[in-house]
Design a protein around this ligand. Structure first.
Ligand code: NAG
Ligand code: NAG
Ligand code: NAG
Ligand code: NAG
Ligand code: NAG
Ligand code: NAG
Ligand code: NAG
Ligand code: NAG
Length: 578
């Protein structure tokens, strides 16, 4: 059902030469892992906040990175210098989530209670379970003077949330979903579950909305995989269950379960992504991969007897088209991954393919609870070679590993990964252990690695735009430069939210293809923005141009008015757009 973008090109004729990427590896072409720099803490959460910077978070357990006389558990990573700068975070952000609001501010929510580092008597942190951490747009390329604002007295969640999901919705607010009220060894628990939704900024006078779905999907339902659909409703997957939640009518509609008993949320982490949305219909389709078919009919007390670090992870992928007809069909079995994966992540690439990376071939998420942990890791057999998935390829041909390199750095529990504005991939973290432990098979991992796609080593197209703000259903132009030798009849323009990465999920990650027309002189692209604020929730985005499978660097734009949420509906309904 995935249709590739129809491009109207005014180009009279293209030069018949083979794609530049078809050349051989001897010229430095191809995919490469490049290790550079150290975060000096475990980057278990990561979000791109500017052309050069990511914000990363960890826990309070003895990391080397220091600030103001104590261990740092937040930092800025600079992709230009490959250097880290500590941030003085107030509340404990361990296993929090986050995302951007419509006004460009990034908000981190939830976390854990106060934690006293080993060998110390004083906690450097404050309780983070209801934490709200605000990162205002940071304009300095090195992050000078950029910092988090926190004031628990005036800014906090309504409920305690460890392991929640947060997601930008159609009015530019964050919806905050689920979690647990206190740390758990493995599963969520009926008595402790935060089975509700709330919003930032607050709605409903700050009263959370109870969710039957979050109760029903216990106990393996942490970090619910949640997506803003192009009609504004929210798709949620937790354990092996699926619903659509209508924020406006406050109703949950039950969709089919994931087939074959496969479960995909923490501590049974598979992953999921909304596939790229394409004009003119923007038909939503979700892809779910990995996780486990282990039983959920056990309690925390049974985990030691029932589960092993050697239990194979699921290699199953399934898709569902989220139209009435698609839902009627339910989950459709897709191609299997080349190997099973617990804790994989999926990265939307600007050309519309999906990179599956990280995780383990056996075991589970969480720490030292299975009968045979490896060190403290519940997972073993790290998956070290990523694989590309092409949603538009015919069934049977969707996974392709040709040319993808293998790393020697395992990225298991508490790792993060993100597409960067530069078009390459940032990979950090992994710490399947309670504190810093450097001599285990799967140690606390501070090394940063980049995965560079083939287009990083060839002349690339570029985009430049004077217009930093884009309305909905708006025609606008950007200047382009297309290197000689690329087939300019083959262009794709993607508008992307790079998402917030943690625990094998990339919340708010999104790719919307734009209608694009290249001028005859190939110097200008005329683009049409998404029809309305439900197709792309208002907020920051990156615009990439892919010509002949060579992708430009992204340029940052603000989609919508840039105003503070909640924002009113804007644009035109999908079927009515011109
Ligand atoms: C250039 O791209 C267009 C659109 O994908 C395709 O139809 C055409 O065959 C390509 N030309 C060459 C020379 O590869
Ligand atoms: C690591 O990054 C720094 C800063 O960008 C750069 O100067 C250095 O050459 C890089 N090292 C490697 C091995 O790529
Ligand atoms: C890296 O950061 C440290 C402190 O955060 C600073 O002292 C050092 O000069 C920086 N190095 C580079 C290459 O920017
Ligand atoms: C950072 O803040 C200090 C103190 O307010 C100011 O002197 C300095 O110019 C600022 N630097 C930048 C790059 O904004
Ligand atoms: C939940 O609380 C009830 C009442 O206190 C108790 O009987 C039950 O055992 C608890 N369940 C779990 C899973 O702890
Ligand atoms: C989903 O999990 C529940 C609870 O373990 C189970 O009863 C149900 O059969 C599962 N659904 C499918 C389709 O396997
Ligand atoms: C569970 O998954 C494993 C690993 O993929 C597979 O070998 C096994 O057949 C599955 N069991 C069921 C009942 O589907
Ligand atoms: C965006 O909105 C939030 C919530 O009202 C507010 O805390 C933040 O300061 C705003 N940011 C900007 C840049 O106006």
């Amino acid at each position: 059902m995935w249709t590739s973008l129809a491009i109207t090109s005014l180009l009279a004729a293209s030069i018949p030469i083979p794609s530049i990427l078809a050349q051989t590896d001897s010229q430095g072409l191809g995919w490469h892992f490049v290790q550079n720099g150290s975060t000096q803490l475990t980057a278990l959460e990561a979000i791109v906040v500017s052309p050069t910077l990511l914000v990363v978070f960890d826990r309070v357990r003895g990391d080397p990175l220091q600030i103001n006389g104590h261990q740092a558990w937040g930092a800025i990573w600079n992709t230009e210098t490959n250097n880290v700068t500590a941030i003085d975070v107030l509340t404990d952000s361990f296993c929090a989530s986050g995302g951007f609001l419509s006004n460009g501010t990034m908000v981190s929510v939830g976390g854990q209670p106060v934690e006293i580092p080993d060998g110390e008597t004083v906690a450097p942190d404050e309780d983070g379970l209801m934490g709200v951490r605000i990162w205002e747009p940071c304009l300095d390329p090195a992050g000078v003077n950029c910092t988090l604002f926190e004031n628990p007295a005036t800014h906090s969640l309504a409920e305690k949330r460890w392991y929640p999901t947060s997601l930008r919705i159609f009015d530019g607010s964050l919806m905050i979903i689920g979690g647990i009220r206190i740390n758990t060894a493995f599963f969520n628990d009926k008595n402790l579950s935060t089975s509700s939704f709330e919003f930032f900024p607050k709605k409903d006078g700050g009263i959370p909305r109870p969710s039957e779905f979050l109760d029903r999907s216990l106990p393996a339902n942490l970090f619910p995989r949640s997506f803003a659909l192009p009609d504004g409703k929210i798709l949620m997957i937790a354990n092996n269950q699926t619903i659509i939640y209508d924020i406006e009518t406050q109703t949950e509609t039950i969709l089919p379960d994931i087939p074959n008993g496969v479960r995909v949320t923490n501590p049974y982490d598979g992953t999921a992504t909304l596939l790229p949305l394409s004009p003119p219909d923007y038909i939503p389709e979700v892809l779910v991969c990995g996780g486990t078919n282990a039983t959920d009919q056990i309690t925390n007390d049974d985990v030691g007897a029932a589960l092993s670090s050697q239990d194979p992870a699921s290699d199953q992928c399934t898709r569902m088209i989220l139209t009435p007809e698609g839902i009627e069909k339910g989950w459709e079995l897709d191609d299997r991954m080349p190997e099973g994966r617990m804790m994989p992540e999926m990265i939307l690439m600007p050309n519309g393919k999906v990179l599956v990376i990280n995780g383990a071939e056996t075991g589970f998420a969480a720490i030292a609870t299975v009968r045979d942990p490896v060190g403290q890791s519940n997972a073993d057999n790290a998956a070290l070679t990523p694989v590309l998935y092409d949603p538009a390829a015919p069934l049977g041909n969707r996974f392709d590993r040709e040319g993808l390199p293998t790393t020697d750095i395992a990225r298991l529990y508490h790792s993060s990964v993100s597409l960067l504005p530069g078009g390459n991939i940032f990979i950090a973290g992994s710490n399947p252990g309670r504190g810093v432990h450097l001599d285990d098979k799967f140690p606390s991992e501070f090394r940063v690695e980049y995965l560079n796609p083939p287009y990083m080593t060839v002349p690339r197209p570029s985009l430049s735009s004077a217009q930093k703000k884009i309305g909905f259903n708006e025609r606008f132009t950007v200047d382009v430069n297309i290197p000689e030798g690329l087939n300019a009849s083959s262009i794709k323009v993607s508008l992307m939210d790079l998402g917030f990465s943690t625990h094998a999920f990339h919340s708010s990650s999104r790719l919307v293809f734009l209608e694009a027309t290249l001028s005859e002189d190939q110097k200008t692209l005329e683009l049409v923005s998404p029809p309305n604020n439900r197709v792309y929730p208002p907020g920051p985005a990156w615009l990439y141009l892919t010509v002949d499978d060579v992708t430009s660097k992204g340029i940052q734009v603000m989609v919508g008015s840039g105003g503070t949420p909640p924002l009113p509906d804007e644009g035109v309904p999908i079927p009515l757009r011109k």
